[in-house]
Design a protein around this ligand. Structure first.
Ligand code: AQP
Length: 321
């Protein structure tokens, strides 16, 4: 099984990225042919700051490695190091109906949040389709927020195959329904560009500030509360051991849940959960040359695959003469 997914270096990686995508990618390393990459070209749609983007790219790669991605057991690279993807994106864009992109709510949401409505932001799903189709990926683990983009990629693949003959594998999304969308501090989707994240590798002080800022309602302690409609509970559920979760669930439905106490408990759980990766990350940060080298080797490996697909595409559409 060929599995592929990417992550934007558009800010500190957060627990939504981890549970939505990174964790299942790491878990799939041995059972599949895995392609993982840092999508810096996509991040350009929201980060127009040279220093932030280049630093973010190296940091995102470092974080992924620290969390357990093993470059020897997958192909791991930075999107812009494989330029074939931009050529394929252009070819695909010529047969992507405008209406398909106009329906994408991620574009509308981002514009509503103040991100400049550039052509790149609008065409984001086409570049994402190119990422996926270039490597003939069969499965793409993503959070629920990316489901529609996956449908766009599928539509484009089908249209291309119908127009030019069987060329692309039509990819399937892999979405863990229990973790579909991790809420942010304010209850909206946790998102780097919404400023509502819990970063995986925040300092203890920063983490405390974030966790204590999780928005909860103002009901008294003894009131009965709905855990399924509580942002704090949704986050607690990700980290708490089963028995403790059952107890806290009981406090919600019978009364007695103290938000402040649960937040402090969540803080401890979070800190412990990422302890080992944090130590690994500190080692990698001390040697950025090693991370760059891993990425360069990954890009060489990725390009070997990319040129084969692109060559086929060029032939199919008539770019060979
Ligand atoms: N809140 C979330 N819940 C579940 N999954 C999530 N993902 C992101 N946020 C959540 C998944 O993480 C993967 C990588 O995401 P991305 O960085 O490429 O893009 P994104 O979805 O746009 O993430 P952000 O944080 O919201 O970034 P910005 O703000 O820069 O756009 C994806 O598989 C995504 O589903």
């Amino acid at each position: 099984m060929r599995i592929l997914s990417g992550i934007q270096p558009s800010g500190q990686l957060h627990i939504g990225n981890y549970f939505g995508m990174m964790r299942s990618m790491i878990a799939n390393m041995d059972s599949s042919e895995l392609y993982a990459f840092i999508v810096d070209l996509h991040a350009l749609t929201s980060v127009q700051d040279r220093e932030r983007l280049s630093r973010g790219t190296l940091e995102a790669a470092t974080d992924f490695l620290a969390l357990g991605l093993d470059p020897e057991r997958c192909t791991f690279w930075v999107q812009s190091d494989v330029p074939e993807v931009t050529e394929l994106a252009w070819v695909l864009s010529t047969l992507t109906p405008m209406g398909l992109l106009e329906r994408c709510h991620s574009y509308k949401d981002k514009v509503a949040k103040g991100i400049v409505p550039s052509h790149g932001l609008f065409a984001y799903p086409v570049l994402m389709a190119a990422d996926i189709l270039l490597f003939q990926a069969e499965r793409v683990p993503v959070g629920k927020d990316q489901k529609q983009h996956l449908e766009v990629a599928r539509d484009i693949a089908i249209k291309f195959n119908n127009t030019f003959g069987e060329t692309f594998v039509v990819p399937e999304p892999v979405i863990d329904d229990s973790l579909a969308t991790i809420p942010g501090l304010d209850g909206q989707k946790m998102s780097k560009s919404y400023g509502n994240t819990i970063p995986i590798f925040a300092s203890e002080k920063e983490l405390k500030k974030k966790v204590m800022a999780i928005v909860t309602d103002a009901t008294p302690v003894e009131a009965v509360k709905d855990p399924d409609n509580c942002n704090l509970y949704s986050l607690f559920k990700l980290f708490a051991p089963k028995d403790r979760l059952t107890e806290v669930h009981g406090l919600y439905v019978n009364g007695g849940a103290m938000y402040g106490k649960i937040k402090l408990e969540l803080l401890d759980l979070l800190w412990e959960y990422f302890r080992e990766p944090r130590e690994k990350r500190a080692q990698l940060l001390a040697d950025p040359g090693q991370v760059r080298e891993i990425l360069q080797r990954g890009a060489v490996k990725a390009r070997e695959k990319a040129v084969v697909t692109l060559d086929l595409v060029r032939d199919r559409v008539g770019l060979k003469y």
